[in-house]
Write a protein that binds this ligand. Sequence first.
Ligand code: PBG
Length: 334
Amino acid sequence: MQLPAPYPASRPRRLRRDAFTRALVREHRLHASDFIYPVFVHEGEKRVEPISSMPGVSRLSLDMLLPVAEECVALGIPVMALFPAIDPQFKTPDGVEATNPEGLIPRVVRALKQHFPDLGVLTDVALDPYTSHGQDGVLDEHGYILNDRTVDLLTQQALVQAQAGVDIVAPSDMMDGRIGAIRNALEGDLHIHTRIMAYSAKYASAFYGPFRDAVGSRTNLGKADKKTYQMDPGNSDEALREVGLDLAEGADMVMVKPGMPYLDIVRRVKEEFRVPTFAYQVSGEYAMLKAAAANGWLEHDAVMLESLLAFKRAGADGILTYFAMDAARLIREA
Ligand code: PBG
């Protein structure tokens, strides 16, 4: 008997035929340990303020944050990232409140490490929540952000965070030379274990709008932008130069931000440097998906998980995402 012609020559659909085969050959997976959960804190007690442009996200006072931290631990989320919404009365042109050892963030760090020693705590190093103009640094008389003066303040801020017991400092300011200055100061103060996750390739992006609502810097910033220090969205080689500098200056881990529109950068950084590489799925990306899901245009859980898995496929070792808790719960149930 004549066998039929071998057509098609290859049948990739064999490996997609059943759920078990798909599971068997799947290359990338999400785990709760992939996530870093960013949270917003403010002063007071029993204070929960929902952020309208980030459905499901609220600013919390410390007492309200502790149960969230407890759930992170239970879900296996390794790290929480803290962002402060500072009372306007403490905002100044130089943002010096950022260096106050008794400020909001050092107090929250101490409390979290005391209650949950095994939960990693990451703090942002930048002045924008503390400045009256909403920029990440100190301005000269023309409104230009002064690099070296700003680095001095950031170094002081990172040191105060380390002294409060933070595990990871994450400079998000994009000033030149700040990683080296912070690393030197940490070593000099014997904080040899404090890890630095550098926001190395941080773009001057329009996707940060809801975050600026959350920390209360949007009105301070007004129509101004951050293009003289954050990177131009048209650039890709420059991201590699920035990552190279930060690693040479002492960063342990690097980050690309925003996330979804910059997965090509994640891939290039990972391939070029082979170091722990993180991506930040920023507030605007979260807001987009939430808005579409709220309208019934996209399926919430499916797009959430797909968007997060895409980071892993692109080469990210972990993801900062406002979806961390929801995604971790779903993964646990699956
Ligand atoms: C502050 C900072 C920003 C974000 C993280 N740290 C905003 C900005 O640079 O204006 C954005 C995070 C987000 O949008 O979710 N330096």
